[in-house]
Ligand binder design. Structure first.
Ligand code: DX5
Ligand code: ZN
Length: 220
């Protein structure tokens, strides 16, 4: 086993059948990735706290909430009450993340920082000790179904080397455009968590597509 975690992104699910779609990946996935958007930090709106509260009753998966918001702090207590386990926020939105990290921990949440595709790793390097996970976006945030940006591969390597040099257990998550073709490349570069929306939920059999991602990683 590679130990790489697969986190299907609910953004690509059928929003009129969330419980059914979650049931299809429940036993195959490691985490469930929840993309919350405020229509300001990114030019799109997805779903929010009431939806997360409802799906919490449908799943035992680890809830990984990617907050694409200008003021991510604003949602922390409610996200925690709704049953989120880990919150990740963008370094572009919280350039000084020490207080947000503390507020997340105080709310009982794991904490991580996200880098947009063209934000250098140096932006989060001083803060990795605050993080359970560093997320490298491999597409521009805001929409599912985009193509993996190969130019982020060296940044994934840089993140991996940095946390290893520091002896940290920080996960390196890669988010966007993950398919059986791109997953092995992300893992070779150092990813330990892969977020996959379209390739999982838009497949005929989502559990099978997760197995296919795992096979692609194993046989790389
Ligand atoms: C983009 C989101 C991603 C997205 C991934 O704003 O952060 O999590 O849902 O979806 P795919 O796998 O379709 O690129
Ligand atoms: Zn995401």
């Amino acid at each position: 086993m590679s130990g790489v975690k697969i986190a299907p992104s609910l953004l690509a699910a059928d929003f009129s059948r969330l419980a059914e779609d979650i049931a299809r990946i429940e036993d195959a996935a490691d985490w469930l990735h929840l993309d919350v958007m405020d229509g300001h930090f990114v030019p799109n709106i997805s779903f929010g706290i009431p939806v997360i509260e409802s799906i919490r009753e449908q799943s035992r998966l680890f809830f990984d909430c990617h907050v694409m918001a200008t003021n991510p702090d604003y949602f922390l207590d409610e996200l925690s009450r709704a049953g989120v386990d880990l919150v990740t926020m963008h370094i572009e939105a919280v350039p000084d993340p020490e207080a947000p990290a503390k507020r997340s921990r105080d709310a009982g949440l794991g904490f991580g920082l996200v880098l947009n595709p063209f934000t250098p790793f140096a932006g989060v390097a001083p803060f990795t000790e605050l993080c359970d996970v560093v997320v490298v976006m491999s597409v521009e945030p805001g929409h599912g179904g985009q193509e993996f940006i190969d130019a982020v591969l060296p940044k994934i390597e840089e993140a991996r080397e940095w946390v290893e040099d520091k002896g940290l257990a920080t996960d390196i998550q890669v988010d966007g455009g993950i398919t059986p073709e791109t997953a092995p490349r992300a893992v070779d570069a150092g990813a330990t968590v892969l977020v996959a929306g379209t390739s999982v939920f838009r497949a005929e059999d989502p559990a099978d597509s997760i197995a296919e991602l795992r096979r692609a990683i194993e046989s790389r």
